[in-house]
Design a protein around this ligand. Structure first.
Ligand SMILES: [Zn+2]
Length: 234
C-alpha cells in the first residue's frame, strides 16, 4: 500500500469516463472473454501496462461482473501496489503478466480455454512432453506477428510454434518455466500451460486481444482436425 500517496490520486487511477482507460478496458474485455468461455468460474485474467503502471484484475472474482474499482494498480519499476482494493486478493497471475511486460508487452491475457487445454494433451500424446504445438498453412496464422522487433505478421506458409510448459499446483509457480519458454522461444507471443490454458500477450491491448482470438480459433481448429485425422503440419 502506498501510504504516502494522496487517496484521491490513488482512486483516480481506477475512475475514468474513457472506455479505453485500463481499469475500464479490463472489465469490458473480461466480460467478452467470459462469453467466449475463456475466464469461466473466476479462472483466467487480464492485465494492461500503461506508462509505468500495471492494472490487474483481482483473484477469485467473477470476471464478467468486475468493476473498475476492483482493480489492483502496480508500479512497474518498484513492483509495489499503488492501489489495492481491500476486499480482494491480488491475482496469482501477476508475476506471469509481469514477465510479459518486461519483454515489451502492453497487455497480457490468460485464458482457461478448453481448446488450449485439449491441444496441450494432444501434443503430449502424439509428439511427447517436450514438444511445442506447431501448425502451418492455415489462413488465421496471418493474425500472429513474426516476433518481437520483427516487422509484420506470419505468412500463410510460415509455421506457428507455441511452446508448452507443465502446470504447477500454484499459478505463481509457473513463472520460472514461463520465463524460460519466453527466452527459448523469443518470437512467441503465447505460451500454453498443460492441462491449464494459455498466456497470450501483445504490444498493446488491441494486438493482445486479436492475437488471443486468432490463436484460440487455431487451437479449436487443431482439435477438430485431430478428430478428423488431419495433420497440423506436413
Ligand atoms: Zn490459470
Amino acid at each position: 500500500m502506498a501510504s504516502s500517496s494522496n487517496p484521491d490520486d490513488v482512486e483516480a487511477l481506477v475512475r475514468s469516463d474513457d472506455p479505453e482507460h485500463p481499469a475500464n478496458h479490463i472489465c469490458t474485455l473480461c466480460a467478452k472473454f467470459y462469453s467466449l468461455g475463456w475466464v469461466t468460474g473466476t479462472g483466467g485474467g487480464t492485465s494492461i501496462k500503461h506508462g509505468d503502471k500495471i492494472w490487474i484484475a483481482p483473484s477469485g472474482v467473477q470476471k464478467e461482473l468486475m468493476k473498475p474499482t476492483d482493480m489492483f494498480v502496480m508500479d512497474f519499476k518498484t513492483k509495489e501496489y499503488i492501489r489495492r482494493p481491500e476486499t480482494h486478493k491480488p491475482s496469482a497471475c501477476t508475476p506471469l503478466f509481469y514477465a510479459a511486460f518486461t519483454r515489451g508487452a502492453g497487455c497480457c491475457i490468460h485464458t482457461h480455454s478448453q481448446w488450449a487445454v485439449l491441444v496441450t494433451l494432444l501434443v503430449e500424446r502424439d509428439f511427447g512432453s517436450d514438444a511445442c504445438f506447431e501448425i502451418e498453412e492455415i489462413e488465421q496464422i496471418k493474425g500472429i506477428p513474426k516476433g518481437r522487433g520483427k516487422t509484420g505478421n506470419l505468412g500463410y506458409y510460415d509455421r506457428l510454434i507455441i511452446p508448452i510448459i507443465e502446470n504447477t499446483a500454484r499459478e505463481e509457480d509457473l513463472t520460472g518455466s514461463l520465463e524460460e519458454a519466453m527466452e527459448r522461444w523469443p518470437d512467441a507471443y503465447a505460451v500454453l500451460v498443460r492441462r491449464h490454458g494459455i498466456y497470450v500477450w501483445g504490444d498493446n491491448v488491441h494486438k493482445a486481444k486479436t492475437q488471443c482470438e486468432s490463436i484460440d480459433y487455431i487451437l479449436q481448429l487443431a482439435v477438430e482436425m485431430k478428430k478428423l485425422g488431419l495433420p497440423w503440419a506436413k
